[in-house]
Ligand binder design. Structure first.
Ligand code: GLC
Ligand code: CA
Length: 580
């Protein structure tokens, strides 16, 4: 007996390893668990969440006031857009002091209270770290521009004008599209990939890098739980600034992302910061291709935890999008990360228009159903879901029609650039109305009172007219609201690890209306069905024959007879399947 026991064990192990039922990842062991894989992240744009002093701008006290609401959503972490001191050329993405709180938003005491209030509720906090550039009003830049031999000169990229004009660099926010700005004080140009007021920091300078790690440690010491690295894929540059081929700006990512020593810098950041504190890390952007994305986040590389890739969110453009394309992109990313690395799942953020207006249908008849359906998608995919404030209600695009209505520098300078190029400005405004970032930044809709309960003053961006019926108070009372459904969906994800770690398999790839997939973890298996169209749609799936239970449904019923199903417009349903 004593001899047979180990032998039997060995046999059992061998059998398990070879069993066709095990997922591919099982060969390397069970999926590596981590809190940031299991977390549902709620993204808050502080400027637009809740204003407590009537100046029309959201503030930290406002977020503190709403902590119980945030908790009620069933989310595990909050990602805050930048709250540091800033002249707000780009709403806080132009930082003038990384260790202070923006006056509009409050004080460090407010911050400490917010952090402890979140932690008291078991919610983690992810901070936005904006270090591809600073504000031109940051002390470093003020010093840097003063003279060519100032100790801070090399914190930024300067091109002496006696060498002539520097080779063209494209700027995302500049009204002329030019990333070099001449500064007569020292007869030199400085580089700004974003606005003129966002000079790029020189990551090739080890002193600058140390400054950044110290800033990150400052926040980590305070107890923050993670960092989102803004525009980080652009930080490393070839400082000889070679000429790029004409027209390169159409594919500027290929020239700007993941250059030079970026991986050495990330490994250094890992050693200096990530390895010393229990924080998660996610970079905005995932490079030029899968190899880049893996190089950022594969665990053995000791760089970052999770990729945040844009191919999915970029699909919906003015004029619509194709569901087959949508399925193909999300499936391709999933399979590329089936074994190593980890993804973020999102369809909106502060740089995007509202999810229901872009990917769903914001007409009164379908707004709620499609918002529920899209939230089902985000919360049932493999990857960490990022839910943007207001999407839990189905908030929609504000759809400005005149350029004077916009506040976003990208819209305003983009308009100037297009006009100087002689573009069709009527078409430009239509596209902007659909995709502008301001669509996703209008004030949170709390209740039926003036300014939707966001502010007692005049909000910095107008409240959407639909706030009268579409708001938190109304939806908390309505058992069929988008909000109540959202809470059920977060609960479902928390209760079913299969929705976090389970293997994803696309079904009926060619079905034009319905996105169908299974998730499987061990013998737990679920079937997700999402009708992305405004009409009833039929599908037949062998998996539907194994349905055991309906886990969630955004309609009262689902029409199913054996393997055949008909989904109502924007219907979303998740079934648990028998293990046969
Ligand atoms: C990132 C931010 C965006 C900002 C830009 C410059 O893309 O998400 O809001 O404008 O970086 O910091
Ligand atoms: Ca305020």
């Amino acid at each position: 007996m004593n001899i047979h026991l180990p032998l039997a064990l060995l046999l059992l192990l061998l059998l398990t390893a070879c069993s066709p039922k095990t997922s591919p990842r099982s060969s390397a062991g069970a999926p590596q668990k981590a809190w940031w894989k299991e977390a549902i992240v709620y993204q808050i744009y502080p400027r637009s969440f809740k204003d407590t002093n009537g100046d029309g701008v959201g503030d930290l006290k406002g977020i503190i006031e709403k902590l119980d609401y945030i908790k009620s959503l069933g989310v595990d972490a909050v990602w805050l857009n930048p709250i540091y001191s800033s002249p707000n050329d780009d709403n806080g993405y132009d930082v003038s002091d990384y260790r202070n709180i923006m006056q509009d938003f409050g004080t460090m005491a407010d911050f400490d209270q917010l952090l402890s209030g979140l932690h008291a509720r078991g919610i983690k906090l992810v901070m936005d770290i904006v270090v591809n550039h600073s504000s031109d009003e940051h002390e470093w830049f003020q010093q840097s521009r003063r003279s060519r031999n100032n100790p801070y000169r090399n914190y930024y990229h300067w091109w002496p004008a006696e060498k002539g004009k520097p080779p063209y660099r494209y700027s995302l926010f500049d009204e002329k599209g030019d990333a070099w700005k001449f500064d007569s004080l020292t007869n030199a140009y400085y580089l700004h990939y974003f606005s003129q007021k966002q000079p790029d920091l020189n990551w090739e300078n080890p002193k600058l890098r140390q400054e950044v790690y110290e800033i990150m440690k400052f926040w980590a010491e305070k107890g923050v739980d993670g960092f989102r690295l803004d525009a980080f894929q652009f930080v490393a540059k070839d400082t000889s600034f070679p000429a790029f081929p004409p027209g390169y700006e159409k594919n500027f990512i290929d020239y700007y992302a993941m250059q030079g020593n970026i991986h050495q810098y990330l490994k250094e950041m890992y050693r200096e910061v990530f390895s010393k504190y229990p924080v998660m890390s996610v970079a905005e952007g995932a490079g030029r291709n899968f190899d880049d994305a893996h190089a950022l986040v594969d665990a053995h590389r000791k760089e970052l935890n999770m990729a945040y890739a844009f191919e999915g969110v970029d699909i919906a453009q003015y004029g619509g999008y194709d569901l087959l394309h949508f399925k193909e992109v999300f499936s391709r990313w999933d399979s590329a990360f089936a074994h190593d690395g980890w993804l973020s799942i999102f369809l909106s953020n502060h740089d995007q228009a509202r999810l229901v207006s872009r990917f769903g249908n914001d007409s009164p008849a379908f707004r709620d159903a499609s918002a529920k359906m899209l939230n089902t998608f985000i919360l049932s995919m493999r990857g960490t879901p990022y839910c943007y404030y207001g999407d839990e209600l189905g908030m929609t695009n504000i759809g400005f029609t005149r350029i004077e209505q916009y506040r976003d520098i990208a819209a305003i300078n983009g308009y100037k650039k297009a006009r100087s190029e002689g573009q069709d400005m009527a078409l430009f405004l239509k596209k902007l109305s659909f995709q502008s970032r301001d669509n996703g930044r209008t004030p949170m809709q709390w209740d039926n009172s003036a300014q939707a309960g966001f502010s007692k003053g005049t909000p910095w961006l107008p409240v959407h007219a639909n706030a009268v019926g579409l708001n938190v108070a109304a939806q908390e009372k309505d058992p069929n609201s988008v909000l109540q459904y959202f809470k059920k969906m977060t609960q479902l994800r928390r209760q079913h690890p299969v929705l976090v770690y389970g293997q994803y398999t696309l079904l009926a790839a060619q079905h034009p209306d319905i996105y169908a997939y299974t998730r499987q973890l061990g013998d737990q298996k679920v079937l997700v069905l999402l009708n992305f169209s405004a009409k009833p749609s039929a599908i037949s799936l062998p998996e539907a024959g194994a349905v055991v239970q309906t886990l969630i449904n955004n309609y009262p019923e689902v029409e199913r007879s054996g393997e055949a199903l008909t989904l109502q417009p924007y219907q979303a349903v998740i079934f648990s399947l028998g293990s046969n």
